[in-house]
Design a protein around this ligand. Structure first.
Ligand SMILES: Nc1ncnc2c1ncn2[C@@H]1O[C@H](COP(=O)(O)OP(=O)(O)OP(=O)(O)O)[C@@H](O)[C@H]1O
Ligand SMILES: [Mg+2]
Length: 323
């Protein structure tokens, strides 16, 4: 398998006003994240609210500028592209948002919404050619093309997410950042959208970064999963390995909170101490140490690196205690 996207040491800080005595402070939203995604693969990215998932996803597409680090897409450093070259890359990489209502213009018919990127990228010829393409896209995502002239509010949440997917697919991208695409939907509808994304991946050969705060949601769709905590990846592995042998205490705690569908399986729920610290003042040493049930003295001072396990080179953990 070949690599489609690789990020190296990506950092994004947001400056936030001046603190006490004129001290500048900043939110360290993404703190040196590296990973690669192979063609045709789904990488699930999970972590609590505010850990930097959306910021990371937007930096990949350069919808916001990373502070430092590199993003390679199909061998090209996206962070070094000029605005003109970036436009061509934008066509290849698209994003699907969490809230399919606020991300769809309420004054445009859904036909126009799906057509808009075709106009921007001058694809599929004249109005008739574009309309044909819009109908095709609607069918592809399970919408009836006869509803093309209706407005977003006339559709249910799940259907609106299908519209968002059709719009993202209009320009024939290879890579999609799916930012919590099912978090706003009922559980029964979530599965339909996840299944649609999986079918589309197979038929169109798509590659996904699938972001969610819910480990249960990414399990089914992800080939590999990366767990983020306060701007860093603390564990990454194949889904199979991560769900059956979670190594980082944070991943173990997240997984222990996921309800098991089989009531005969008794699970020990790990409750973490304290709250998520502020990303403008992350703890010293290992960022997770104040909440960790395995912490040792050195965890306050030493910062762990993401390293592969001795027993499994594909399974990486950032912890001084777990090896
Ligand atoms: N434009 C911005 N300016 C200042 N701070 C920001 C900005 N965007 C995000 N942040 C901060 O960066 C941190 C990471 O935010 P981000 O939205 O990436 O997290 P997330 O993991 O996507 O969370 P959620 O699950 O709530 O979507 C948060 O502390 C957030 O407040
Ligand atoms: Mg987010």
């Amino acid at each position: 398998m070949s690599t489609l996207l690789e990020i190296r040491n990506l950092v994004k800080n947001f400056p936030v006003g001046e603190g006490l005595f004129g001290a500048k402070s900043e939110i360290q939203a993404v703190q040196g994240v590296s990973f690669a995604i192979n063609k045709g693969e789904t990488l699930g990215l999970v972590g609590e609210s505010g850990c930097g998932k959306t910021t990371l996803g937007r930096c990949l597409l350069r919808l916001i500028e990373p502070t430092s680090g590199q993003v390679f897409y199909d061998g090209t450093d996206v962070t070094a592209l000029t605005p003109g070259d970036l436009k061509a890359f934008r066509r290849r990489m698209q994003i699907i948002f969490q809230d399919p209502f606020s991300s769809l213009n309420p004054r445009m018919t859904i036909g126009k919404i799906i057509e808009e990127p075709l106009i921007i990228h001058r694809m599929h010829g004249d109005a008739a050619g574009r309309r044909k393409r819009v109908a095709e896209l609607m069918e592809l995502v399970g919408l009836n093309p006869s509803t093309m002239l209706r407005y977003p509010h006339e559709f249910s949440g799940g259907q609106r997410q299908r519209i968002g997917i059709a719009r993202a697919l209009a320009v024939e991208p290879e890579f999609l950042v799916c930012d919590e695409p099912v978090s706003a939907l009922d559980v029964s509808i979530q599965a339909q959208i996840v299944n649609l994304l999986m079918d589309l991946q197979k038929s169109l050969g798509l590659t996904y970064l699938f972001i969610s705060h819910d480990l249960r949601v990414v399990e089914h769709i992800s080939h590999r999963v990366a767990v983020m905590y306060l701007g860093k990846v603390v564990e990454s592995a194949s889904s199979q390995s991560l769900y059956s042998r979670p190594q980082h205490p944070y991943t173990q705690a997240l997984l222990s909170a996921v309800p098991n569908p089989d009531p005969s399986v008794k699970k020990h729920r790990i409750v973490l101490e304290g709250d998520l610290p502020s990303p403008s003042a992350p703890p010293t040493g290992c960022h997770f140490h104040p909440r960790c049930f395995l912490r040792e003295e050195r965890c306050q001072k030493e910062e762990p690196e993401l390293k592969s396990l001795e027993a499994d080179s594909q399974h990486c953990v950032s912890c001084l205690v777990v090896k």
